[in-house]
Design a protein around this ligand. Structure first.
Ligand SMILES: Cc1cc2nc3c(=O)[nH]c(=O)nc-3n(C[C@H](O)[C@H](O)[C@H](O)COP(=O)(O)OP(=O)(O)OC[C@H]3O[C@@H](n4cnc5c(N)ncnc54)[C@H](O)[C@@H]3O)c2cc1C
Length: 382
């Protein structure tokens, strides 16, 4: 039986856990990270690679802005090219009502120092002739773009290891308890003593709630993704559409990655896959926006297992029941962009008990309040 003692134990080697491991080592703490498989093999490695700030809820703006400042220098921080391309992200409007929505969103974003460019349908046509004619307008986030999800979390893990973190793959954490002074954590042939525990277990994070007498309405989300054969590079922006019906981007080597809508997944057997009906519907919707997509061959399709919450916001912050336990999970299909900032935020929570970036909106207790509120409203109605 191997026995180790560290300042911080992290469950989960996705982008959240791995970026936290690096930040914590840089802050001088001893760190051990455990993943039941390979680092970056779950949601963090199979996502659409979208690095976007626009379209986010107002409470996520400080976090997404913090992350956006890190992405352009991430290759230097990690010492590897993670294929981040700051091509810009364009959200298309199909109606005047959508245009109005984009204007409102741009005004909110401006308050957070994110300056979205609002383009009329005519300007979109002139600047991007490959966009279909039915577009009423668009908003463009020039700082946004995409990266290769296969590369990012493993690169964080390698960088954390190079800085002295103990990264253990194929090490499922089976149990954990708080003794009153420290955590005792068990994995096969391993006992870990840690002052702090980070629950970055993604879709599996519920286990580390119930172990500590907490709960949250965490469910499973399985976004549907697919990729086409490579064609000459023409799509110079990442694309999304108001209403979120479909999103897509072209990589430099020519393939177009598309997503949107539900795939299929089962957490108990750790399987996720695409749904043909979703894929075909999304492809048709995408071709209506960008006609050049029509007729391209789909060469692969997939999905992934991601934690989902009713208000589509993550749970980030201190546990209510257990000292020194930090939760960071339930990113509802849009956590990849946030990952680099989340590592720093988790590090601040460990070191100072609070984050420089506002995260109150993501506290686990918000669901208690909602439940209480729902009960109160139901009581008033009857
Ligand atoms: C198909 C898909 C498309 C997406 N597209 C985008 C996008 O374009 N842009 C964007 O911003 N976001 C996107 N997302 C969301 C983004 O991928 C996630 O929010 C983010 O990767 C979550 O990171 P994580 O570290 O919390 O979770 P994960 O990457 O799932 O990592 C959690 C890790 O915990 C490990 N683990 C769990 N339980 C244990 C245990 N008991 N012991 C040890 N290890 C354990 C797992 O093995 C896993 O590796 C997408 C997600 C999916 C699934």
């Amino acid at each position: 039986m191997d026995k180790i003692s560290v300042d911080v134990a992290i469950v989960g080697g996705g982008i959240m856990g791995c970026s936290a491991a690096l930040a914590l080592r840089k802050a001088g703490l001893t760190v051990a990270l455990f993943d039941k498989g390979l680092c970056g093999a779950q949601a963090s490695g199979v996502n659409a690679g979208g690095v976007r700030q626009q379209g986010r809820h107002v409470t996520e703006m400080p976090m997404t802005r913090r992350a956006a400042k890190i992405w352009p220098r991430l290759h230097e921080i990690l010492g590897e090219d993670i294929e981040f391309r700051q091509v810009g992200h364009m959200r298309l409007a199909r109606s005047e009502a959508d245009v109005e929505m984009l204007e409102k969103h741009a005004a909110m974003a401006r308050e957070h120092d994110l300056h979205l460019q609002l383009l009329s349908g005519k300007v979109v046509q002139e600047m991007f002739p490959w966009v279909g004619r039915k577009i009423a307008g668009a908003s463009l986030a020039v700082e946004d773009g995409h990266a290769n999800p296969r590369l990012v979390a493993p690169a964080f893990a390698r960088a954390a290891r190079a800085h002295g973190a103990d990264i253990r793959e194929f090490t499922p954490v089976e149990s954990a308890q708080w003794t009153g002074q420290h955590f005792e954590i068990e994995a096969p042939d391993l006992q870990v003593k840690a002052r702090h525990l980070v629950n970055a277990a993604g879709a599996w994070a519920g286990k580390f709630l119930s172990l500590f007498g907490e709960s949250a309405p965490l469910t499973l989300r399985t976004p549907n993704l697919f990729v086409t054969e490579p064609v000459s590079y023409f799509m110079t922006k990442s694309i999304a559409v108001c209403g979120g019906a479909v999103y897509f981007r072209q990589v430099e080597r020519g393939n177009v990655v598309l997503g949107g809508g539900p795939g299929w997944g089962d957490l108990t057997i750790e399987r996720a896959r695409n749904r043909a009906d979703t894929t075909l519907g999304q492809f048709q919707r995408a071709a209506e926006l960008v006609p050049e997509l029509e007729g391209l061959q789909i060469i692969r399709s997939w999905s992934g297992l991601e934690g989902d919450l009713p208000d589509k916001l993550p749970i980030v912050g201190m546990s209510r029941t257990t000292p020194n336990l930090i939760h960071a999970f339930g990113f509802c299909g849009h956590g990849f962009q946030l990952g680099p900032a989340m590592g720093e935020i988790i590090c601040e929570l460990v070191c100072e008990g609070r984050s420089q970036t506002p995260i109150d909106a993501f506290c686990i207790s918000r669901f208690d309040t909602q439940a209480v509120e729902q009960k109160r409203t139901a009581g008033a109605t009857h």
